[in-house]
Design a protein around this ligand. Structure first.
Ligand SMILES: [Zn+2]
Length: 128
């Protein structure tokens, strides 16, 4: 996975802000410059994109860590977080089964130990 550095986020914000600024330029005769013509909605979305990049640049967003529940003993009794290695008993009062294991995965969308988002591997790793 590629991470966006603070500097890259700042550069992205500047590029977007430049596009917004250019689109607002008026030619000498008062008509719009025509360099970039932005409909109102697009201009609003670009401003939002620029502000999000600014927030990334100053560290307001932390990176989401994606994890996956592993079938630790291969018998559906124990789920292991593949990020922090914490083990959880899946169905303490019932005979372990795939159904309980899947129910556990449905219920624990985040690892209670490390906070990883348990939605599987990075989507960019998926082979087509
Ligand atoms: Zn974890």
């Amino acid at each position: 996975m590629i991470e966006m550095s603070a500097k890259e986020a700042e550069n992205a914000a500047e590029i977007i802000e430049d596009i917004i600024a250019v689109s607002n330029l008026k030619a000498v005769d008062g008509t719009r410059s025509g360099i970039v013509k932005l409909p109102q909605g697009d201009a609003g979305r670009l401003k939002l994109a620029a502000s999000l990049c600014r927030k990334v640049a100053v560290g307001k967003y932390k990176q989401v860590v994606h994890g996956e529940w592993l079938n630790f003993y291969n018998d559906f009794s124990t789920a292991e977080c593949d990020k922090c290695g914490e083990l959880y008993e899946v169905s303490p009062d019932e005979k372990p089964s795939r159904e309980y294991f899947n129910a556990f995965k449905q219920f624990y969308k985040f690892c209670p130990s490390c906070g990883a988002k348990m939605d599987g591997k990075e989507k960019t790793d998926v082979k087509r």
